[in-house]
Write a protein that binds this ligand. Structure first.
Ligand code: GLU
Length: 289
């Protein structure tokens, strides 16, 4: 991941740059709504059931800038949200047929297993432990775990090896929580990443850790208080969580992702959201495991 230079400038200057460029960091005036399609799905499939209902419930984060953040009107905005709209449109469901449900790191598998949500798109790393209980389409993005520190990096933390004996804040139920346990035992596990910012401000922790792109969004939102160290030490392929072994639905979502790579919808979704702060990457190959 390369963070655009705008990340390091002040929020005021960023606003000026974005105004000149004719775009908004909120993503409010982001992409036009994707075209709702009418496809004939196999009877009995999840796709047919959702299409007939005209409704889908999607779990996403509500507190993560760039990927899933609720705006002043109560509507979530971000790259994950745009991916959700693309999938809904391919199911014949317009935006007003989407119910957005907040999922935090710790409740994503339970929400899928209980049927509380149809899918989860929430900076959700594909891994084998999670695949025991749910299935994943994707990946549609690849992040890496990194560290957020105070601006100027007063403790000179260059990577996780510098964290021995230091307190770190992360989020309960995340891969970040598991991964960082290799480097320090002094871990605060919060409910959401935003909850880690005050402990970092006050010096209660030396760093916040999770995926680089989540940290980049928090740094941008709170500029110029924090900086991302920029030394990712894991691979976090983001997938779309769905009910375990619903292979037809998983194939449909994978097909939808691949189409969005080809027709430019994925790149548009990125550029209108996370791309305001981060460079546009190449989309990763989907993994039809
Ligand atoms: N991508 C990681 C995970 O799925 C960390 C980010 C998050 O907590 O959403 O656990």
């Amino acid at each position: 991941m390369r963070v655009k230079k705008t990340l390091t400038i002040s929020a005021l200057a960023l606003t000026a740059v974005l105004t000149m460029a004719g775009c908004s960091s909120s993503g409010d005036d982001a992409a036009e709504a994707p075209e709702v399609e009418q496809t004939e799905f196999a009877a009995g499939s999840t796709m047919a059931a959702l299409q007939d209902a005209g409704k889908i419930t999607i779990g996403t984060k509500f507190d993560q800038p760039l990927f899933g953040l609720v705006d002043a009107d109560g509507d979530p905005q971000g790259f994950d949200v745009e991916i959700g709209k693309l999938i809904a449109a391919k199911l014949g469901i317009a935006e007003d047929g989407i119910t957005w449900t907040e999922t935090v790191s710790a409740n994503r598998e339970p929400f899928i297993e209980s049927g509380e949500v149809d899918i989860v798109i929430a900076t959700y790393t594909i891994n084998d432990a999670r695949k025991e209980v749910i299935s994943f389409a994707g990946p549609y993005y690849e992040a890496g775990q990194d560290l957020l520190v105070l601006a100027g990096n007063p403790e000179k933390i260059e990577g996780p090896d510098d964290l021995a004996g230091k307190a770190v804040c992360t989020v309960s139920g995340s891969t970040s929580e598991k991964n960082i346990a290799e480097y320090t035992t002094d871990i605060i596990a919060a409910g959401g990443y935003g909850d880690c910012l005050e402990p970092l401000r006050t010096g209660a922790v030396s760093a916040v850790t999770t995926d680089n792109v989540i940290l980049a969004g928090l740094a941008d939102q709170n500029a110029p208080e924090f900086e991302v160290v920029g030394n990712p030490f894991t691979q976090e392929p983001y997938g779309i969580g769905l009910a375990k072994d619903d292979t037809d639905f998983r194939n449909f979502i994978n097909d939808t992702l691949e189409e969005s790579y080809d027709d430019g919808a994925w790149a548009d979704a990125w550029e209108n959201t996370a791309g305001v702060v981060l460079d546009t990457p190449e989309p990763p190959a989907v993994d039809r495991y």
